[in-house]
Design a protein around this ligand. Sequence first.
Ligand SMILES: NC(=O)c1ccc[n+]([C@@H]2O[C@H](COP(=O)([O-])OP(=O)(O)OC[C@H]3O[C@@H](n4cnc5c(N)ncnc54)[C@H](O)[C@@H]3O)[C@@H](O)[C@H]2O)c1
Length: 389
Amino acid sequence: MIRTIILGQGMVANYFAVGLERIKTGEIPPYGVPLANVKLRRKIEEIEIVGAYDVDAEKVGKTVYEVAKKWIGEVSPIPEKLKEVEVREGVHLRSLNGVLSGVLGLERKMTLKDALNVIIDQWREMNPDVIVNVITTENAKPINSINELEERIDRNDIEKLTATQVYAYATLKYREETGRKAAFINAIPTPVANDEKIVEMYNRKGLPLFGDDGATGATPLTADLLEHMATRNRKVEFIVQFNIAGNIDFLALTLPERNIMKEITKVSIIKDILGYDVPHYIKPTGYLEPLGDKKFVSIHMEYYTFNNLKDEIYVNVRMNDSPALAGLLVDLVRIGKICIDKGICGAVYPVNLFYMKMPGPPGSKSTSKILAFQKLKEWLKEIDGLVDE
Ligand SMILES: NC(=O)c1ccc[n+]([C@@H]2O[C@H](COP(=O)([O-])OP(=O)(O)OC[C@H]3O[C@@H](n4cnc5c(N)ncnc54)[C@H](O)[C@@H]3O)[C@@H](O)[C@H]2O)c1
């Protein structure tokens, strides 16, 4: 069994929980799960969601079934199994400021230190192998030291901490206090696998860390198009890539300080793949409610080809946003458990390179996703993560 906790029971988490249970019962094929067709040592059927956290008053105290029914019940049947998991109250730490009002959060009624103890006591019972972070995009900077983070928690300095950093720290504390190991998957842009100090601690405590920011949607497509340019020595002149959607994640991204977090994780690919930078406009540009979770993506590039002639590429896509990340999580959770089985820890580059927009550890290069997928499979063979026929 792979005991999994979800942080942030939003769209991605709902699709993950629902899709996972439907795959397990054979109701749907595992499309959108990259490693579904190779024999990974850990099976999809082993994944069990044992806990979920949120701070939205409309979700806390409900079951994952009730939450999923309300948010995606119109587009998908919701498996009864999800009635077994209750959404519990997490720490807020401003992550929904300006996005949602009337937000809960354990720190409203106790110190942050006590809130951490409450969460770790709950984890003691849930006994997680993997913790998946899919809360709302925050604005965050790497921490300077773990001591400083601990001091801020001790001082209850809630203005200088983000929820993701506290959850990543709770995973370390869980290890320290119970002796058990859990992998932390950071699928959002907050630097965790790109935070030198956090990575160092995960290495020291023997915990696997995946991040940052799941690579779905337009960015991996742009990365693969750039690889196409690089392998043909075509000189790219400029790149335009924008997204518009009508989900809450995009509403949060209309706040400039959060939008910049996405921009940072998206633009690192250009220089890494082409070897030179080019003028670019790459960011989520807007929120338009009727688009819902099915976002509109447009990509445009100009490049010089042989004889110095100019070509143009235009790509227009309407794609379901959150299910794309949910499919990747089905692999990441299994690989998280494999890393624990095999004693692999720290920011695991071959995994992050394929699944993340900003692969940690800090300073790591991005490549196209086509190359990253080959490297991932080679690495899985090496660590005995794939089972031979
Ligand atoms: N394709 C994708 O959808 C995609 C790709 C890459 C990264 N991401 C990242 O995944 C995250 C989730 O996306 P989504 O579409 O599910 O967003 P969402 O807004 O639907 O869900 C986020 C959930 O997190 C909850 N939350 C916020 N702060 C919290 C906290 N402090 N503790 C616990 N829960 C908290 C919210 O109440 C909400 O239920 C975003 O940060 C986004 O950047 C999404």
